[in-house]
Design a protein around this ligand. Sequence first.
Ligand SMILES: NC(=O)c1ccc[n+]([C@@H]2O[C@H](COP(=O)([O-])OP(=O)(O)OC[C@H]3O[C@@H](n4cnc5c(N)ncnc54)[C@H](OP(=O)(O)O)[C@@H]3O)[C@@H](O)[C@H]2O)c1
Length: 228
Amino acid sequence: MDDATLMRPLVTVSYAQTLDGRLATSNGSSRWISANDSLRFAHKLRASHDAVVVGAKTVRRDDPRLTVRHNVEGEDPIRVVTDSLLRTSLSAKVLANGAAEGTILAATENAPDERYEEVSALGAKILRLPGDPDGGVHLRSLMAELHRLGVASAMVEGGATLITALLRERLVDRIAVCIAPKILGRGIEAVGDLGIHDLERCVVLENISLTTYGPDIVLEADLAYCDE
Ligand SMILES: NC(=O)c1ccc[n+]([C@@H]2O[C@H](COP(=O)([O-])OP(=O)(O)OC[C@H]3O[C@@H](n4cnc5c(N)ncnc54)[C@H](OP(=O)(O)O)[C@@H]3O)[C@@H](O)[C@H]2O)c1
């Protein structure tokens, strides 16, 4: 499935980082990097997308609801978790108390059947997708499947592993990063290795807008990839 044939949603990656590019402390704590004003921006962004996508470790670490709140009007997007082996807890907020009805777990064919039964019994949709060479979900297949399900726009909220994998696959069209006026030093870096060794091959931001929300700066831009 190459870029020319892949039918997929428009993908926006959004996260909050410190000035020195950290998503979380080295023990994984990321609450609350951004201030309240920019949290509202993030919820507006959620409301403007058909789906919100996060990695399984973000669900395990933060247990987010991934709903639209903070006095923002609009419908909750479909929640999508990349969870190869369906290890998301049945009591996670994306599954418990009826939330499962609006949640898709993207798994691989290696996910155990008994987990499949347990999670689908709650009402969640499970996609069994091909695996990638690292055992994760094949992201192009996930995007193609979301498109087939009618998802025209997807907001990816992290964490770093998923963001990095999507950037590496050139599956990100836009970025909306909240930069908090904080310096953390060691911690989880927002974007890991993209295999870029030459500055001329870096991903370039275009059509940039900068907005301040209280003490935070939100940078929104389109991404441009160099020719391979
Ligand atoms: N500051 C922010 O805005 C923000 C936002 C979100 C998260 N965070 C922080 O980020 C941390 C979690 O990030 P993380 O990097 O550890 O994990 P992550 O990106 O949330 O989740 C990665 C996991 O997703 C699953 N996955 C399945 N297929 C994948 C694929 N093709 N590519 C990538 N992942 C795939 C894998 O788990 P399985 O093997 O179980 O499938 C993988 O380990 C937490 O500390 C959280 O607080 C911060």
